[in-house]
Design a protein around this ligand. Sequence first.
Ligand SMILES: [Ca+2]
Ligand SMILES: [Ca+2]
Length: 410
Amino acid sequence: MAEVQHASVAVLLSLLGLTAACTDATSVPGPVGTPIETRAPNAAHQRPAFVGQTRAPGVNTKVAYQLTVLTKGLNRPWAVEPLPDGTLLVTEKVGAMRIVSASGTVGPPLAGLPPVEVRGQGGLLDVALSPTFATDRLIYWTFTEARGKGLNGTSLARGVLSTDRLRIEQAKVIFQSQPGFDGGLHFGSRLAFGPDGMLYMTLGERSDAEMRPHAQRPDSHLGKLLRLKPDGTAPADNPLVGTPGAKPEIWSLGHRNVESAAFDAQGRLWTAEMGPRGGDELNLIGRGKNFGWPLVSFGEEYSGQPIEGALTDRPGFAPPAYYWDPVIAPSGAQFYTGKAFPAWQGSLFLGSLKEGWLVRLEIKGDRVVGEEHLLGDRQQRLRDVRQGPDGALYMVTDQAKGELWKITPK
Ligand SMILES: [Ca+2]
Ligand SMILES: [Ca+2]
């Protein structure tokens, strides 16, 4: 009898296409279905650390939506932040912050911002509303700041949006990442307020070979996720507070270039980062965790060479919750909580710069179980996606004639 049962299991396994290799996988069952990604990976020899870490099943929610182009009059917009009254605060990488009306009329640049260095990927970057915005009109923004002698770095400022909405008052730089560097790449720098009232800020490692080790260095802000008090200083309960030489603002380490940060309904922070070729990642952040770069990474150099010294998995480092090979170049992100699209509640939306998709991920626990690609027919680099108070999704596209889109139910 036992032999018969064993044979039946073997037959069943073979019918399911499972092989002995499955014993290498984690005991956590992976998602079931045809992967949405069908192209060949760049690093074909690499294997996920667990089933479902890449190539999630494709899903099609068949949601009927309508896309409205509110404006095509933005110059390389980097961020969109819906205000409580339905107007939109937008940054342009070239250095301007503007108010766009709900119908798409683009206002003049807001006066009062400190000088921005526009260089390569650098310029005026993210903007976030303070959780207290409704009462004090306080906003926060990140930008590339000249630091003298040709160096620059990502800085954080805050100020008050004037009641006539023409200027930022009391603008003040409250945090400057260190060290500065003479370059134009990997500035981060997405902002997200947590349920703990703290401001989380992502930073890149500045890309160049000599800067990569900074992602692992506790005495550098580069290649880190930071956790700041609303005044820009480090909270006393950050993991490296009290460690001699370490930067007290650090919350997690080992990041490459993070332009996506979003809290889910449970209050967990997820970030996505631009990896090397074949190594874009989604990470579930945890206090003091090390996400590996450049010691742990999927993918390869853009030259096609392996990343020197890197493994895809290594004890003591947090593996990505999910990775993309080929890459999508993830930028702004948003967990959807609105009532306008019930089928999308709980989904994580990410803008893809490289493919122009609005990527929708279905997440169960700490795993991605489904992936959908929307809007790819428009062929525009999606830089940011945010949910408005009306439950609509707002997006900006990284073009010289950058567009602001609104998605509502059809
Ligand atoms: Ca933002
Ligand atoms: Ca990683």
